[in-house]
Design a protein around this ligand. Structure first.
Ligand code: NAP
Length: 260
């Protein structure tokens, strides 16, 4: 077995997952990376420029086989897994009335089913080693209803509470679980969700992905239970969301997410 540290990051072709891969690599971790497109190979080459090994794997995280095959790929490296980042996630903008059911069920497959599936493999691998760090990428959307992304917010609320529950269960095992809750961030995410014609389509309304990733990384290293990622306004919004009625938060999100 190799002595260098080893991390796996789902959904690390681009965006927050790729920024996290850079941070781990800068700390000397070798990185197993997954994505659904063949750009994952190019992204892995970028990570290798930082002086570590990067292992790309192309698989669809919306399917049981896609999740399982990435896990088998990680295990095939015959390395102790020090950290796991369950980052892959998608949203769908637009009205629930009109959106395609299959697309919404696919979102649940990626954001919820796939997260549970990969967490099972990771936890059962790390606990016998009595060591490991798991970062689950949730969202500020976990703290409010998200009309016009109606299925997305609840899928992230699942991730947040799942992480907190798992953390408590594992607290005496040596395995740490941290949830990361970014506010809107300047990645391909909203474009991919078909939300260019909304408040979230405008880059100036979003946090910097490097800052967001850095805050998530530091929270994991400090073994925090969760962290809100973004600028001061994002942190204030999260604080306010703790006491604002759901109906009020829903109306506010609707204004931002409703297509113009
Ligand atoms: N951006 C935001 O405003 C924001 C805010 C809060 C939370 N988040 C969360 O942050 C996480 C990362 O999002 P991001 O902003 O970095 O989005 P992104 O730029 O769209 O990146 C998504 C990543 O997931 C991969 N991916 C997408 N569908 C996949 C699939 N079916 N199978 C395997 N990989 C897939 C993509 O790679 P390929 O292109 O190769 O498929 C890409 O690496 C998500 O969980 C999201 O919910 C984002």
């Amino acid at each position: 077995m190799v002595n260098k540290k080893f991390v796996m990051i789902t959904g690390s072709t681009s965006g927050i997952g790729f920024e996290l891969a850079k941070l781990f690599a800068n700390d000397g971790y070798d990185v197993a990376m997954s994505g659904s497109s063949d750009n994952i190979y190019k992204s892995a080459k970028e990570i290798e420029k930082l002086g570590v090994e990067a292992y790309p794997f192309q698989a669809d995280a919306s399917t049981y086989e896609g999740v399982e095959e990435f896990w088998k790929f990680v295990k095939s490296k015959d390395r102790k897994l020090d950290s796991a980042v369950l980052n892959v996630g998608v949203s769908i903008g637009g009205s629930f009335l009109e959106n395609d059911l299959q697309e919404e069920l696919r979102l649940i497959d990626i954001n919820i089913t796939g997260t549970v599936h990969m967490a099972k493999r990771v936890v059962q691998d790390m606990v016998p080693n009595k060591d490991g760090d798991i970062l689950i990428v949730s969202s500020l959307s976990a703290t409010l209803p998200t009309p016009y992304e109606t299925v997305y917010g609840p899928s992230k609320a699942f991730g947040f509470m799942f992480a907190e529950a798992l953390r408590e269960e594992l607290k005496d095992t040596g395995v740490n679980v941290t949830a990361m809750l970014p506010g809107a961030t300047n990645t391909n995410f909203h474009h991919n969700a078909g939300m260019d014609n909304t408040y979230f389509g405008d880059e100036k309304n979003k946090n910097d992905k490097e800052l967001v990733a850095q805050q998530g990384y530091e929270a994991l290293k400090n073994k925090l239970d969760h962290v809100i990622c973004g600028d001061e306004d994002t942190k204030k919004e999260a604080e306010k969301n703790r006491t604002t009625p759901e109906e009020v938060k829903a109306a506010s999100h609707a204004k931002k997410a409703k297509p113009n």
